[in-house]
Design a protein around this ligand. Structure first.
Ligand code: GLP
Length: 252
């Protein structure tokens, strides 16, 4: 899954011939780690340049300093940016979780994205409850970058990175909105593992609903889900066959 997604992203960056930079939206989480590894490999092998890439990360915990080992700033640098040979640090955008003006920080983020002409490709993952970035169930599907309260469920799931203590997980985050993600020209979402099977089914088979914020992808003209077999466990046989069928045709 990650190799496929990395090759897809790399091809898009290589094909970008315009003078303006290629604008890439990026997620954290375990799902994209393999994508980052492969993009780094291609970059270090001289096959892919990031010199003309500007990135915007999806989210950041509110109240965690950059240097905190669980900040998304640290995650992104350790898993990706520090290993790239030609990514310019001034082209890396990550919401500041220590801002004393969260609303202003979020408004400036939206403005900065717009100043580059919007996001070309937004890579993302989803939570087990279908959250996209930190847009928990019942977040408006038209939401923009802002402050988000994390649900107890998400804090429990993410407590694995905070010594198993849900209370140690920040209660709030800054996050791009569902609308910020779906405004991107292309959206590529990674969904893997049995624990995401319900969310994948809701994303592609359920109705468009704020209960599953990932379902907003159904309204996007250019959204791709890259998933593994385990995540397909709750799909109807019909759905599974349909997507296998179009995948085979694409390969021909
Ligand atoms: C966090 C992030 C999401 C991410 C999710 C899933 O909640 N805010 O952007 O999609 O985790 O993470 P994982 O890929 O580890 O399952």
């Amino acid at each position: 899954m990650c190799k496929w997604a990395a090759d897809y992203i790399a091809a898009k960056i290589r094909a970008h011939r315009e003078e303006r930079p290629f604008v890439l939206g990026l997620p954290t989480g375990s799902s994209p780690i393999g994508v980052y590894r492969e993009l780094v490999r291609q970059n270090r092998a001289g096959e892919l340049s990031f010199a003309n890439v500007v990135s915007f990360n999806m989210d950041e915990y509110l109240g965690l300093p950059r240097e905190h080992e669980q900040s998304y700033w640290t995650f992104m640098h350790e898993n990706f940016f520090d290993h790239l040979t030609d990514m310019k640090s001034e082209n890396i955008n990550i919401l500041n979780g220590m801002t004393d003006d969260p609303e202003g920080e979020c408004a400036r983020y939206e403005e900065k994205i717009a100043s580059y002409g919007g996001i070309d490709l937004f890579l993302g993952g989803i939570g087990v409850d279908g959250h996209i970035a930190f847009n928990e169930p019942y977040t408006s599907l038209t939401s923009r970058t802002g402050v988000r309260d994390l649900t107890t469920d998400t804090r429990i799931v993410n407590s694995r990175f905070f010594g198993g203590d849900p209370e140690a997980v920040p209660a709030q985050a800054l996050s791009v909105g569902v609308g910020t993600v779906t405004d991107a020209r292309e959206v590529l979402i990674l969904i893997n593992g049995h624990n995401k099977a319900r969310a994948l089914a809701a994303t592609v088979e359920g109705g468009v609903s704020q209960k599953w914020t990932c379902s907003a992808l159904q309204l996007h003209p250019n959204a791709i889900i890259a998933c593994d077999e385990a995540a397909c466990g709750e799909l109807l046989v019909d759905t599974y066959r349909y997507f296998l069928d179009i995948e085979r045709k694409e390969r021909l």
